[in-house]
Design a protein around this ligand. Structure first.
Ligand code: NAD
Length: 498
């Protein structure tokens, strides 16, 4: 059986005592084993990073950017192969897998402009004969710990910016779909990235803890579920690192009475069920305002959901494929049962779905709940599956309160034709990323991505200029070049510009 190895100093990592199983979610069968690394593999990766990073940081930014240009061309040339590999471990359909890779490439396009983004600030004549300027310097070695649901995009969010600004970067991808990150590291090497600047170490908690405690790693970027994000944040900060840790989500779509319901149904179908609901920016909760809106929406949603085609991830007609593994399938179906037990109305039940010829695959049909209330556990927690919950709100203010008071605050959307309501909503909602008639408001690569509340720990977002700030430290220089005549200054008094 295929063994998925580390990429340490450009070479494979060697044998490991522990491995993890990587499934093909379409068939339910194990298709590979991934090495689980320990402190020893991490130490080797850190040593290689330490050896390579100073020369990389000293390489001028335009040359570093050229590696990004080369990498982008290589990924584009290998798009089909990468998308199939991604889909075969994750289960998302091929077109969606290409979207995952493309969104990551957009961060690489941002990184192609890194010389511009790294320019510092300058003040001439801040005092008599005094100039002040600042520069952004890389941190040294950074690490990224990533989730299963975007195995291309999220590693590229982090590595693209971290590397372009001059760091070495060590990636610990999800052990559930680790092959694409390995291929991306190989393509970076082919693009001209020096050995040791991007390395991949596989593993589980043991490797994560080794990263968090390693004194030579200056910063850690994490994306995953909230309890682990919080743990990573606390432990990394305790070890003196800079940490950004993005967590789970429960995004709401508010539907105002004046919304175009046909468009909302089309948007919700994709945003709630695309990628089997395994997106942190999915829309698993819809909040129609007023019972008339709710009834009309429900009537249109039912046939649209019943028409969704669940299929193997290589089926070009399928709207979505299987979930990532059997444990996750059981977890999602468990949440559906909790919803029923709590008294929500299960309008469409996706449990018990099987695909002919793929009976062992991890497929779940789409589910729709109505009359879900904020007191229900199945509303308060993230389900991360193909399940849409309708929470009815009597008016705009109650609808606004739901996402604002939820423990998660990643994304939210409002569907309306009323500009005033949309403007008011965007200004007041207590959530980090807002869509106005946009169901999945993932910001473009040159803006930055980050939620609020339990959706993100730490205060600097992913990619864009926030990414540049996260992966660099600012140095500020105050300079004076005296002309030789005494300035009569009093060295015992704090210098001021007064
Ligand atoms: P996860 O938290 O299970 O795993 C994320 C990473 O943490 C993996 O690399 C994993 O190996 C590691 N990990 C797992 N258990 C650990 C432990 N006990 N100690 C230390 N490290 C551990 O998340 P997942 O299931 O891979 O991904 C889905 C989750 O990620 C969802 O909650 C989703 O909302 C979230 N997510 C958030 C964003 C965002 O930007 N906010 C983006 C994508 C996914």
């Amino acid at each position: 059986m295929r063994i998925i190895d580390h990429v340490i100093a450009g070479h494979s990592g060697g044998g490991a005592a522990r491995t993890g199983e990587v499934f093909d979610p379409n068939t339910g069968q194990v298709q590979a084993h991934v090495q689980f690394g320990t402190q020893a593999e991490l130490d080797r990766a850190v040593a290689a990073a330490q050896a390579a990073q100073p020369a990389w940081a000293a390489t001028n930014p335009q040359r570093r950017a050229r590696v990004m240009f080369n990498f982008k061309a290589l990924v584009e040339a290998n798009m089909d192969e990468l998308a199939h590999l991604l889909s075969s471990e994750h289960g998302k359909v091929i077109a969606d897998a290409k979207g995952d890779i493309q969104r990551g490439l957009e961060v690489i396009e941002f990184a192609c402009g890194i010389p511009h983004a790294l320019k510092g600030e300058y003040t001439q004549g801040a005092g008599p004969g005094i100039d002040v300027y600042s520069m952004r310097q890389p941190l040294g070695i950074g690490a990224g710990i990533t989730p299963f649901n975007f195995p291309a995009m999220i590693p590229l969010w982090m590595s693209g910016v971290a590397i372009a600004v001059g760091n070495a970067f060590i990636l610990k991808p999800s052990e559930r779909d680790p092959s694409v990150p390995v291929r991306l590291a190989e393509l970076f090497r082919e693009a001209g990235l020096p050995e040791g600047i991007l390395q991949v170490v596989h593993g589980d908690k043991e490797m994560v803890d080794a990263i968090l405690d390693h004194p030579a790693i200056a910063a850690v970027s994490f994306v995953g579920s909230s309890d682990i994000a919080h743990y990573v944040y606390r432990r990394g900060v305790e070890a003196g690192k800079r940490v950004q840790a993005m967590g789970g989500a429960k995004n709401h779509g508010i539907v105002m009475p004046d919304a175009d319901l046909d468009q909302v149904v089309a948007d919700l179908s994709g945003a709630a069920f695309g990628s089997a609901g395994e997106r942190c920016m999915a829309l698993p909760v819809v909040v129609p305002v007023g019972d008339r809106t709710a009834d009309a929406l429900r009537e249109k949603l039912i046939p649209a959901i019943e028409k969704l085609r669940v299929g193997v991830s290589t089926d070009a007609e399928a709207h979505y494929g299987p979930v990532v593994n059997a444990a996750h399938k059981a977890r999602v179906e468990g949440w559906i049962q909790t919803g029923v037990d709590e008294g929500a109305e299960l309008v469409v039940d996706g449990r018990g779905f099987t695909l002919q010829g793929h009976e062992e695959g991890f497929f779940i049909g789409p589910s729709l709940f109505d009359r879900v209330t904020p007191q229900m556990k199945s509303y308060q927690e993230e389900i991360f599956g193909p399940v849409l919950q309708i929470v009815r709100a009597p008016d705009f203010e109650s609808a606004l309160r739901l996402p604002s008071e939820h423990q998660y605050g990643n994304g939210v959307a409002i569907f309306t034709r009323n500009g005033h309501a949309a403007r008011e909503f965007a200004a007041r909602v207590n959530v980090g990323m807002v869509g106005i008639n946009v169901p999945i408001p993932v910001p473009v690569a040159y803006h930055s991505f980050g939620g609020w509340k339990r959706s993100a720990f730490g205060d600097i977002n992913q990619h864009g200029m926030e990414g540049v700030r996260f992966w660099t430290k600012t140095k500020t220089i105050t300079q004076r070049w005296p002309d030789g005549s005494p300035d009569g200054g009093n060295a015992f008094v704090i210098p001021t510009m007064g």
